[in-house]
Design a protein around this ligand. Structure first.
Ligand code: HEM
Length: 501
């Protein structure tokens, strides 16, 4: 037995040595994209990438062109920057590019959830049923009630609700969307006041996890932060446990339907708790930050604010709050708001920065729209970063860094869908939701809830920035690639319920 230790040790060293050597000596083969391994063995460009992915990729594109392979922490990523060539990658009819494998590893690490066969299709089909069509109409009603509860309180507006209050705009939007979204999807108990308190506490923990999230994904946390992340994970598993949820009313059909699938597949309850945590993250991590950018842009661009307010009073009438516990709001109006739709699309163009990742299952030929072909090796990853290659392309979106509320409107007021690159009509001109197999299944609900929130804010509240001359804060560079971006600092604002007539 004692002999096995040194033998195994030697074997392991040999394997690791071979792996390191093969990586160290990886050379660009004919027909492969330019290869940039960086100067640090194994790590490659990982540090620069994690520090500021956007600037790093901009530099690489300037150096190598529209396709290049970079080494990041022992793995090779081929970035494709020409959106006219996205089609075959996103459609991938040969099923050579796999989305699941990478996602499964990530959710195991971050949420503790061990994926089972068929759960990805199940999430998409439950979302088609309950986050779109009639299911969406029911959920919109639940969301309007929850927003009323969170924004007005369980007893309706208090007497001083018409006095000015000050808050951080980012914190305010994130908190309100989180609390209302959490209650709408995960349900209520009989005690609304207690529910609100629980939602508020959960938001504080969620925000803490959110702040650690990018460095957690990149395995860059210090020892104390590791301990904190594990404690937070356990807290979420416990607070969202299916046992606790049994006592709740009105858990959304979306979540109910997914949990039923897991139960029927024999997934034990502790793993269902972890699934809940994953769904909390997916459903609440982006809507609040997106609403922050939307309201900030409206506050900074009064012409846009005026256009949205005019549209709102046209389709919803004048808002009157009478001493009620919920906002009067015709949900059917959500279908007739092209101006607000354009504002949201423009906000997502400027704020959403997802990365689309696929693992190459067998050697793959990448065919570019211009006719070039590149050989990509099995095991490498193909990556798209549409924020840089699409959203910020001045050919597709002139003055790409400017907020133009009507960018997605035709002169006749209908939705604009015709965008061009190099004179060619482009299909993927805005990609906040990802695309293809991994497209966000919650996108219709996300848009509805964000629109309801923005409309309530501009109709029922007076809003102003504490410092109207303060420029829009830059994006926090550590969060590039993780869904909707966050500002690098808070923006103070004031709000009050419009005085009742
Ligand atoms: C502004 C709001 C949102 C944005 C920008 C957004 C964006 C995205 C993106 C880019 C992905 C794909 C990630 C990838 O390719 O790996 C995704 C996945 C997902 N989103 Fe959203 N999302 C939003 C809101 C929501 C909401 C409200 C829900 C549910 C109620 C939701 C549920 C999901 C789920 C379940 C997945 C994982 C799908 C899978 O595993 O295939 N999202 N989201």
């Amino acid at each position: 037995m004692a002999l096995w230790g040194p033998v195994l040790g030697a074997l392991l060293t040999a394997i690791v040595g071979c792996l390191c050597l093969s990586m160290l000596f990886r050379h660009r083969r004919p027909q492969e994209p330019p290869l940039d391994k960086g100067f640090i063995p194994w790590l490659g460009h990982a540090m620069a990438f994690r520090k500021n992915m956007f600037e790093f990729l901009k530099g690489m594109r300037a150096k190598h062109g529209d396709v290049f392979t970079v080494q990041l922490g022992g793995q090779y990523f081929t970035f494709v920057m020409d959106p006219l060539s996205f089609g075959p990658i996103i459609k991938d009819t040969q099923k050579t590019l796999d989305f699941r494998k990478y996602a499964q590893e990530l959710v195991l690490k971050v949420f503790g959830y061990k994926s089972i066969s068929g759960d990805d299709q199940m999430v998409h089909s439950a979302s088609t049923k309950h986050l779109m069509g009639q299911g969406l109409e029911d959920l919109n009603k639940a969301m309007l009630d929850s927003l009323s509860l969170v924004m007005l309180g369980p007893k309706g507006p208090s007497l001083d609700a018409s006095s000015w209050r000050e808050d951080g705009l980012f914190h305010f939007c994130y908190r309100v969307l989180f609390e209302a979204g959490f209650l709408s999807l995960f349900g209520y108990t009989k005690d609304k006041e207690q529910d609100l308190q629980e939602a508020e506490e959960l938001f504080t923990k969620f925000r803490r996890f959110d702040l650690l999230f990018p460095r957690f994904v990149y395995s860059l946390l210090g020892p104390r932060e590791w301990v904190e992340v594990s404690q937070l994970q356990r807290l979420f598993h416990q607070r969202l446990s299916v046992e606790q949820n049994l006592e709740k009313d009105g858990i959304s059909n979306w979540l109910g339907c997914m949990l039923q699938f897991l139960r029927e597949e024999g997934v034990d309850s502790s793993m269902q708790d972890k699934f809940n945590f994953m769904m909390l993250w997916a459903s609440q991590g982006n809507t609040g930050p997106t609403c922050f950018w939307a309201l900030l842009f409206l506050l900074k661009h009064q012409n846009a604010m005026k256009a949205v307010q005019e549209e709102a009073s046209r389709v919803l009438g004048e808002a009157r709050l009478e001493a009620k516990t919920s906002f009067a709001f015709m949900l059917s109006a959500l279908k007739c708001t092209p101006v607000l739709d354009s504002v949201m699309e423009e906000t997502l163009r400027l704020g959403a920065t997802p990365t689309l990742l696929r693992v190459v299952q067998k050697d793959y030929i990448l065919k570019m729209a211009g006719g070039q072909e590149y050989q990509i090796r099995r095991g490498d990853k193909v990556a798209l970063f549409p924020y840089l290659s699409v959203h910020m392309d001045p050919d597709i979106h002139p003055e790409p860094t400017a907020f133009k509320y009507d960018r997605f409107l035709n002169p006749d007021g209908t939705r604009k869908v015709d965008f061009y690159k190099s004179g060619k009509k482009i299909h993927h001109y805005n990609m906040p939701w990802g695309s293809g197999v991994s497209i966000c299944p919650g996108r219709f609900f996300a848009l509805s809830e964000m629109k309801i929130f923005v409309l309530l804010m501009v109709m029922y509240f007076d809003l102003e920035l504490v410092d109207p001359d303060m420029p829009v804060p830059p994006i926090d560079p550590r969060r590039w690639g993780f869904g909707t971006s966050q500002p690098s600092h808070e923006v103070r604002f004031r709000y009050r319920l419009k005085p009742m007539p």
